[in-house]
Design a protein around this ligand. Structure first.
Ligand code: SF4
Ligand code: SF4
Length: 320
């Protein structure tokens, strides 16, 4: 395998971050699900949670910059005790808020208020639904997940999310169940819209196709099936130079539950931190925007997952 860093060098790209448009905050590892593709290795037994002090540090950083978007993820971030506070505070600073929601979380005890809360604060929802078939979703995310996800989507639709002419945005996320690249996003979006509407009356805005990242839990899953080497070779073989200008690390920074900064959520899970020019780790509590913008990005062979085929980012495919 050719190292990804060499591939970038030979492409002539400087592979630096440009302006920072999105701050992605990982509030912790706790989740009500334990999906096999989860690069965060989240689950009901995980205890890691962002402290209130770090939540305040995130808000402090927002207040001293003009970054337009807060993208909240986890785990299931809605199960963090300061989730509502973070959303309300970011909205009061005039920022757009996105929540990466696993759908089923709204049926957790005490969380029934979430749909109304999201609506009240115009939170954009990015919701995982890795397939429109019950069998595939339950295989990847656990038995009963599909039915709960459908009920959650119906509830969101009922209050206006995803409806034509509504400003309440409801996007879905597909990722392959097996070790292959996602199919073309536009065509799959058409299929999702047709099938979900015909079978369940569900509407939504956009479908984002993600490529599974062969790290952490998913890497273990692949290795147990003797599929890891074939999958990473597939990713490298489909490297597409047209994607490298648009991968998410070019315009996003990621902060972990402990306050450390990373070029993306994947680097966070691999413990590849952002550092200053003297090699010290950067923390959200003292971060200045010029330490993140126009700075080189740390890459590794896992970056082939973002740059294979049509590419993959937190907003789905990068090129058609
Ligand atoms: S819902 Fe998301 S965070 Fe939770 S286990 Fe599944 S992929 Fe991981
Ligand atoms: S994994 Fe993807 S987003 Fe992260 S540094 Fe590599 S190319 Fe960028």
């Amino acid at each position: 395998m050719q190292a990804f860093a060499e591939k970038i060098l030979s492409s002539g790209s400087d592979f630096k971050r440009r302006a920072v448009d999105v701050l992605q905050v990982n509030m912790g590892r706790y989740c009500n699900l334990a999906c096999i593709h989860c690069h965060v290795e989240s689950g009901p037994t995980r205890k890691e949670m962002m402290s209130r002090e770090n939540v305040e540090a995130v808000l402090g950083f927002f207040a001293r910059t003009e970054i337009p978007t807060l993208d909240i993820t986890g785990g299931a971030p809605e199960l963090h005790p300061d989730f509502d506070y973070l959303v309300e505070s970011a909205r009061s600073l005039g920022r757009h808020v996105m929540d990466r929601c696993n759908l089923t979380v709204i049926f957790d005890p005490g969380k029934e208020y979430l749909p109304g809360f999201f609506k009240e604060h115009s939170v954009e929802l990015v919701c995982s639904l890795p397939c429109y078939s019950q069998e595939n979703v339950d295989k990847q995310r656990g038995k009963g997940t599909f039915d709960l996800s459908i009920r959650a989507l119906q509830r969101f639709n009922k209050i206006g999310y995803g409806q034509p002419d509504s400003k309440l945005i409801l996007n879905l996320v597909y990722n392959p169940v097996g070790p292959h690249l996602p199919p073309p996003q536009e065509k799959l979006e058409e299929d999702y819209k047709k099938i979900l509407h015909e079978q369940f009356g569900i509407v939504f805005n956009r479908l984002f196709c993600f490529t599974n990242m062969p790290i952490t839990r998913y890497a273990t899953h692949l290795k147990l099936r003797d599929e890891y080497d074939r999958y990473v070779q597939l990713l490298e073989a489909h490297f597409n130079p047209a994607t490298i200008d648009q991968v998410m690390c070019r315009s996003l920074i990621s902060v972990g539950w402990e306050g450390w900064l990373y070029d993306c959520d994947f680097n966070q899970m691999l413990d590849l931190p952002m550092t200053d020019s003297t090699g010290n780790r950067l923390n959200i509590a003292s971060l200045a925007l010029d330490q993140a913008a126009n700075r080189p990005i740390t890459v590794g062979n896992h970056c082939y997952a973002c740059t294979a085929g049509a590419g993959s980012s937190c907003g789905g495919a990068l090129v058609s």
